[in-house]
Design a protein around this ligand. Structure first.
Ligand code: 3H9
Length: 698
């Protein structure tokens, strides 16, 4: 084998006869950081005219997965990626690229700037910049349409999806699919170039077929689908310049890229990208784990069935326990329906569904849990029932089995006390529908063993969920914060806003659905039952009770969508505000002597978000959440918080602690019991700390 020469820490070159091989080795994903960019230029210069063809390939698990996202938001260091790629494209010596793993973003753009592309079987290509609030900024919007046409390019750029090698070949984005190790394929393909068996050309010399109507329709569609997002519009704007000479098109692309880079949406989406990974990048998630070869689920209701579906989809056999045959049959039917839905949405094949169902063992006997590695209890939310079940599990389950409760609010320590092995007990709080929602709160009890906790994270990973560590308290991270800020909806309605105005204002902020619509969807009986529970447990005597309107609606049997009536009336897929709710609101206001005031949409959003941030700050302050980013991910993956805002505490930093304290103090003049400044926020306002700073410390 020929010798290799290091250009710098991440780039090396080798020569085999007339072929020069450039290897990028920048773990973990060969991102095009400054050293890669500079190294590529230096390698090209070093090779000079000593070779007749140059092949670029990567070491490690993947081809270049994009620009180095960690560099974004900092002062850019030269050379820029577009400059490097233009120089590669301008090379008089043909340059080819060999893709294995994923060629994403700047990685695919590098390949598009070379003169031919070879994908290794199993490789995928994509331009996922839009998912980070950006657009391909190193020629992707100009070169892909020249190779693969407008409709395919717009689809790839706007969806951010990963395209399999076979499809990429069909669309002309790659020229060949081969099998083998990247270096071997690079050498073989380069030799084919020399032998005239693989042709090369400069992408910039090709003309993109242009269709103004396609651009127009795509733009209209994008604005309708994502009215809040800036980058999809900028993507279309940049692609629309692909009929200009490359240099001009690249200038338009550059400007669009810079416009996106400066938006808070870019910062929010990149926070979400790293946050998703940061939540499990903690010592508690690492270390030894226990086996997860067979799982028991107790309860075949919506939650139990969803959890079972999720485990089966991940290939883990499940024993599902119910007390009565009817309940068990219902559970199996729900699981079958969930899996059928996954097939019809293209998430799994019919064969995989059949294999998943074959791994389900329904049973009426708790004793059948004797050999499972993990039990997830998902029964009715009553402490007495849970205690009874855990007492029984203690006598049935094998030594070392993990006993988990899917409780959404209750004290995991009290549940653990019912067993002789509290170290094996933890909370695994799934979100409905459990086979779809990606959040899993992993609740650490006072005595939970480290390997039990780490197994919770291992389970999240196997189920492709985002596991977030939470400590015990009423509602853990998410429901505790929800319990606090949802009162603001009620207060806003009591004080003068209509449920629809509150919903519209918050949808304008980016929530997929306003809180009253969510209530109608989830069932208004659930909130009602929870308020009754809170009453039984003794409310804060000074608290203003805002639940009267919601209570009266629920007491009429209007539970939302499932009864066709709630805050809205539902008929044949359409909904309109329920006029009878207006009457109820008027009655309650009159009884309480409230003179309605008017709120702007901005005031509604400010109050709602300030309430959410206040409780979120307390959750960080008392350690229920490890860091602000953990709260953010709970809201992105469990509560439909707009991803482009990064999460409530990332958003809080855009307002600033000082302003938040000022707002709370102003609202406190109306209701000093509800609006109280969290100590953490007061301290942050005084010393200028941000939640981002706390993430770094934590
Ligand atoms: C772009 O290219 C802009 C250009 O158009 C224009 C420029 C001018 N940078 O996900 P994983 C880290 S924008 C820095 O767990 P997997 C990640 O944080 C970019 N770091 O592995 C993690 O670190 P840690 C367009 C990155 O196998 C580690 O790598 N490209 C980057 O499940 C492993 O990641 C993208 O958006 C990066 N670009 O998935 C692709 N990517 O171990 C983004 C990853 O410390 N990346 N890291 O937690 C991905 O989609 C996935 O990481 C990938 C691998 C599919 C590649």
């Amino acid at each position: 084998m020929a010798e290799t020469t290091s250009i710098n820490d991440v780039i090396s070159i080798g020569q085999e006869g007339d072929v020069a091989l450039i290897c990028i080795d920048n773990p973990p994903v060969n991102a095009t950081g400054q050293a890669v960019r500079q190294g590529l230029l230096d390698a090209m210069a070093r090779i000079g005219t000593s070779a007749k063809v140059i092949a670029i390939y990567c070491a490690g698990r993947t081809f270049v997965a994009g620009a180095d996202i960690k560099e974004f938001g900092k002062t850019p260091l030269p050379p820029s990626l577009p400059d490097v790629l233009n120089q590669i494209e301008d090379s008089e010596i043909p340059v080819i690229s060999v893709i294995h793993g994923t060629a994403l973003g700047g990685g695919l753009e590098l390949a598009l700037a070379t003169h031919a592309r070879v994908a290794i079987e199993g490789a995928k290509i994509g331009l996922p910049e839009v998912l980070l609030g950006l657009l391909p900024g190193a020629g992707g919007t100009q070169r892909l349409p020249r190779l693969s046409g407008l409709p395919f390019s717009l689809d790839v750029i706007l969806s951010g999806r990963q395209v399999p090698a076979k499809e990429a070949l069909e669309k002309g984005a790659v020229d060949r699919v081969m099998s083998g190790e990247p270096r071997d394929v690079a050498l073989a393909a380069a030799q084919d170039v020399l032998a005239g068996k693989l042709s090369t050309r400069k992408t910039k010399d090709l003309t993109a077929e242009y269709d103004a109507k396609v651009i127009e329709e795509t733009l209209a569609g994008v604005k309708k689908k994502n009215p809040h997002l800036i980058s999809p519009v900028k993507c279309v704007e940049a692609v629309a310049a692909c009929n200009k000479p490359l240099e001009e098109g690249l200038k338009v692309e550059r400007q669009c890229f810079i416009d996106c880079m400066q938006t808070p949406q870019r910062a929010g989406l990149i926070h979400a990208f790293f946050g998703e990974r940061a939540v499990s990048n903690i010592p508690e998630a690492k270390g030894d784990t226990r086996p997860l070869d067979k799982i028991g689920v107790i309860g075949g209701g919506t939650m139990g069935s969803g959890i079972t579906t999720s485990c089966l989809m991940a290939g883990i056999p499940v024993r599902l326990i119910e007390v009565a045959q009817e309940g068990l049959d219902r559970g199996v039917a729900t699981i079958t329906k969930n899996l059928d839905g996954a097939v019809s949405r293209g998430k799994m094949s019919a064969e995989k569904r059949d294999a998943a169902l074959a791994m389900l063992e329904p049973s009426l006997a708790m004793e059948d849990l004797a050999d499972v590695d993990l039990v997830i209890e998902a029964v009715f939310e009553k402490m007495e029932i849970k205690k009874e079940i855990f007492g029984k599990l203690d006598t049935i389950c094998k030594k070392g089995a993990i006993l988990a409760s899917n409780t959404s609010y209750l004290d995991v320590n009290k549940i653990a006390e019912m067993t002789s092995r509290p170290e094996d007990v933890l909370g695994l709080h799934f979100f409905s529908p459990a086979h779809v929602m990606r959040l899993l709160e992993i609740v650490q009890g006072a005595k939970t063993a480290p390997d039990v906790l780490a197994t919770g994270f291992a389970l999240a990973k196997r189920l492709k969920k985002v596991g977030v560590l939470a400590q015990v308290c009423d509602g853990f991270i998410g429901n505790r914060i929800l319990g606090h800020y949802s009162k603001v909806n009620a207060f806003l309605v009591l004080d003068g806003a209509s449920p629809q105005q509150v919903d519209d204002a918050l949808e304008g902020f980016g929530l997929a659905m306003g809180p009253h619509k969510v209530g109608d969807l989830a069932g208004l009986d659930i909130g009602y039952m929870n308020r009754q529970r809170m009453k039984e447990e003794g409310l804060d005597p000074n608290a203003r009770y805002g639940g009267d309107v919601a209570d009266r609606i629920a007491e009429k049997g209007w539970y939302g969508r499932k009864t066709g009536k709630g805050y809205y009336l539902y008929d044949a897929g359409r909904s309109v505000p329920n006029p009878e709710v207006e009457t109820i609101i008027d009655e309650v206001r009159a009884e309480k002597g409230i003179t309605p005031q008017s709120f702007t949409d901005e005031e509604i959003v400010d109050r709602y978000m300030t309430a959410m941030i206040s409780e979120a700050a307390r959750v960080v302050e008392d350690g229920t959440a490890k860091r602000p980013v953990d709260v953010d991910m709970v809201f992105l993956f469990g509560y439909g918080f707009p991803r482009f805002r990064g999460g409530p505490l990332h958003y809080a930093d855009t307002i600033g602690a000082e302003e938040l304290v000022r707002r709370i103090e102003a609202y406190a003049k109306e209701d000093p019991n509800y609006w109280q400044v969290p100590e953490l926020l007061r301290k942050m306002a005084a010393d200028g700390t941000t939640f981002a700073d706390l993430n770094k410390e934590g």
